[in-house]
Design a protein around this ligand. Structure first.
Ligand SMILES: [Zn+2]
Length: 472
């Protein structure tokens, strides 16, 4: 009963039946498929943020938008026009590896251990110099410190399954020690190399202040097996070693990368309602190379990226809607929603225009053909008319019942729109699978008919949002 009522309500409220039929007919699984085979090709090397592959993907999207007659609505220029890209800066600063290190002084001899090679750590790259003797504190439990004065000294712990990382850190923090050198557990297959991935750099992203990794408490350095053997030199637990360790951190040069969101605008036809902009988003970045292996991210999020391109093509066949539509391909999602955070803190819309809602699509091409999730469901206080529209139109596209993606509420870019712009949002998602963030997330595994049906659902929702009142 609900559906006919809703449809009759909509038909008197700005929905254009003939235009909608034209738009839906333009959504072709084969076209989406050919786009995904480009976006998720090895040549784009997994579209890391930042990377050359990501910039190529952005230029492919821009070329398509231009060809389809969309307008640029990225970075505003002095003359009132806009570029295609919304740019934001990623600033990175690492250690000066020539000058930084742990200097071991023993019997008149000095040797420097190099960060990222002989030892690893999490934390800041701000200049620092700490010098002191070294006390062997066994496995580094609270009891291991009893009766020892660590003020002005380094603690050296040998990692052990018996003392967890958290307990060891807490014991260190209350000991008054300068910091800790951690030798690998000789009984474990998890030597210091495990920490190799820890980035010794400080990064900040424009629009995403407060992001980035910060180490709290005294420094902890994870020694390589060879470095640990050199420092320990057979010393027993409880003893003071016959060497002095100086840690030097010297900050290296600042490195700035520019990241891009691609913004295409479809102006509305209604003189008043066209100022209200419906934003559709999908992230076009992925996780790049991991350990030298390309992660193509066909489903994550080649599916949503090319799904939005299909929306761009469908709207060309629809013609103008009463409200304006902004398609936005955001970068940096995998790093922490960087692109959507940057845009929502500094929207690039022309003066007088405002974003009124956001629909985000991410991973829409895998799992069962009728399986599609949405958030917010009515279990959440953010529940709104977008979810109701999706539930009403879903059955027309082979999604008889939408499942809940509420547990993914904060995991993709709609969260930035909700948090920073306080507008109604919804997120369509067909869930994770065995290839999620794995090298096997490849184009041949996607269900292109399913992606096309999700796109058609999105087009129906856009059409359903053209009433005098937005109704969400
Ligand atoms: Zn994703």
């Amino acid at each position: 009963m609900l559906l006919p009522l809703l449809l009759s309500f909509l038909s008197g409220q700005g929905s254009d039946g003939a235009a909608l039929e034209r738009a839906l007919a333009a959504v072709q699984p084969a076209a989406i498929r050919s786009d995904v085979y480009f976006i998720a090709s090895d040549e784009l090397e997994g579209r890391d943020s930042p990377s050359a592959g990501l910039r190529l993907a952005a230029r492919f999207i821009r070329a398509r938008l231009e060809r389809l007659g969309w307008q640029p609505m990225g970075e505003p220029r002095a003359d009132g026009t806009h570029g295609w890209f919304d740019e934001y800066k990623l600033t990175r600063q690492g250690l000066d590896l020539e000058q930084s290190g742990l200097v071991l002084a023993r019997g008149g001899q000095q040797r420097r251990l190099v960060p990222g090679q002989d030892y690893y750590f999490f934390g800041d790259v701000a200049p620092l110099e700490l010098t002191g003797p070294v006390v062997h504190v066994g496995a580094g439990s609270k009891a291991d410190y009893e009766g020892k004065d660590l003020a002005g000294k380094w603690a050296l712990a040998v990692a052990s399954e018996k003392v967890g990382w958290r307990d060891r850190s807490q014991a260190l923090a209350s000991s008054g020690a300068l910091g800790m050198l951690v030798a690998p557990d000789p009984g474990s297959k998890e030597p210091a190399e495990w920490w190799k991935g820890s980035a010794i750099e400080r990064s900040s992203v424009e629009g995403n202040e407060g992001g980035g990794r910060r180490g709290g408490g005294p420094p902890q350095h994870f020694l390589s097996t060879a470095a640990a053997a050199e420092i320990l030199a057979g010393a027993a637990p409880g003893s003071t070693l016959d060497l002095v360790v100086t840690e030097k951190r010297v900050t290296g040069a600042e490195h700035v990368d520019v990241l891009e969101n691609v913004c295409g605008f479809w102006p509305g036809s209604d003189p008043v309602l066209s100022k209200e902009v419906i934003v559709l988003s999908a992230h076009y970045d992925h996780v790049g190379l991991q350990g030298g292996v390309i992660h193509n991210g066909a489903d994550d999020n080649g599916s949503g990226t090319c799904g939005l391109l299909a929306v761009a093509e469908a709207l060309k066949h629809y013609g103008p809607m009463r409200r304006s539509v902004l398609l936005m391909w955001v970068s940096g999602e995998e790093k922490g929603l960087w692109g959507s955070a940057a845009w929502t803190k500094k929207p690039t819309l022309a003066e007088g225009y405002r974003a009124v809602c956001n629909l985000n699509i991410d991973m829409i091409g895998r799992n069962a053909p009728d399986y599609l999730l949405i958030t917010p469901t009515k279990e959440m206080q953010q529940y709104n008319g977008l979810t109701k529209l999706a539930e009403a139109f879903g059955p027309l596209e082979g999604f008889p019942k939408l499942g809940s993606a509420d547990q993914y509420w904060s995991r993709s870019d709609h969260a930035s729109f909700s948090e920073n712009l306080k507008i109604p949002v919804a997120f369509l998602f067909s869930d994770v699978h065995e290839d999620y963030h794995q090298p096997g997330d490849d184009p041949e595994k996607l269900d292109y008919d399913k992606i096309a049906r999700v796109v058609r659902l999105v087009v129906r929702m856009l059409d359903g949002l053209q009433g005098d009142a937005l109704g969400v």
